[in-house]
Design a protein around this ligand. Structure first.
Ligand code: GRF
Length: 224
């Protein structure tokens, strides 16, 4: 049975699109029950609607506290029979109200090699810092921003002085690979969290073909 998930977005939704593409290709075994955005103008809502995926808009500005906002998100997602949550460019910090509703079942993509460059512009800060290697991380979500246990990371080269948008694009390409892969591992129930450490249960799935653009660990599998 496919894992019933919600995808939370705030913007373009290209990571949502990557999840949808892998579902369409029957590589990713989830059922997106709901795409929820805190912004009515998020382009990702249109992407969802194009595939008949139910959408909801919940503006945080309509709530007096983070807890009240999270309570309403939980109500909407529970009503849609969601069991796990993928945060894909969702620019809000969640509270224990939300965390406790989906324990161990909320993951997030962050466009930096955590614990470096947390926050809204990880790629820009990495570019400005002059790093030689940058990347992205999928992690379980906890109460601190960009902090929970790390599931998978992808590293890419950075070229000091380059246009930060070029680095952003290089990282985004890898986000589109590691987020669907981590989501599949969650759907397969192969992830176990022991404190900060995430163990991935072994499988006999063939490793994905290596490219020379990135270093990904744990390695991608199959057609991811
Ligand atoms: C991605 O870089 C994501 O990691 C970051 O915001 C961007 C969202 O991209 N937090 P998209 O909405 O998935 O296109």
């Amino acid at each position: 049975m496919s894992l019933p998930i919600a995808v939370l977005i705030s913007g373009s939704g290209s990571n949502l699109q990557a999840l949808i593409n892998k579902m369409e290709d029957e590589i990713l075994d989830v059922d997106i029950k709901m795409v929820l955005s805190n912004r009515a103008d998020a382009y990702g809502l249109k992407r969802a609607q194009a595939y008949g995926i139910p959408t909801a808009v919940l503006s945080h500005k309509d709530f007096s506290s983070r807890e009240d906002f999270d309570t309403e998100m939980v109500r909407i997602l529970k009503e849609a029979e969601v069991e796990a949550v993928v945060m894909a460019g969702f620019m809000r910090i969640i509270t224990p109200v939300f965390l406790n509703a989906f324990p161990g079942k909320i993951i997030n993509i962050h466009p930096a090699l955590l614990p470096c460059f947390t926050g809204v512009d990880g790629q820009g800060e990495a570019a400005e810092y002059g790093v030689q290697i940058a990347g992205c991380t999928v992690h379980f979500v906890d109460e601190k921003m960009d902090h929970g246990a790390v599931i998978i990371q992808a590293a890419v080269p950075a070229y000091p002085g380059e246009d930060p948008d070029d680095l952003r694009a290089r990282i985004l390409e890898q986000e589109h690979r590691i987020l669907p892969q981590a989501t599949q591992w969650l759907a397969q129930k192969r992830l176990t969290m022991n404190g900060r450490f995430v163990e991935l249960e072994e499988s006999d799935i063939e490793p994905a073909a290596l490219d020379n653009k990135s270093l990904v660990n744990p390695p991608l599998e199959g057609r991811f």
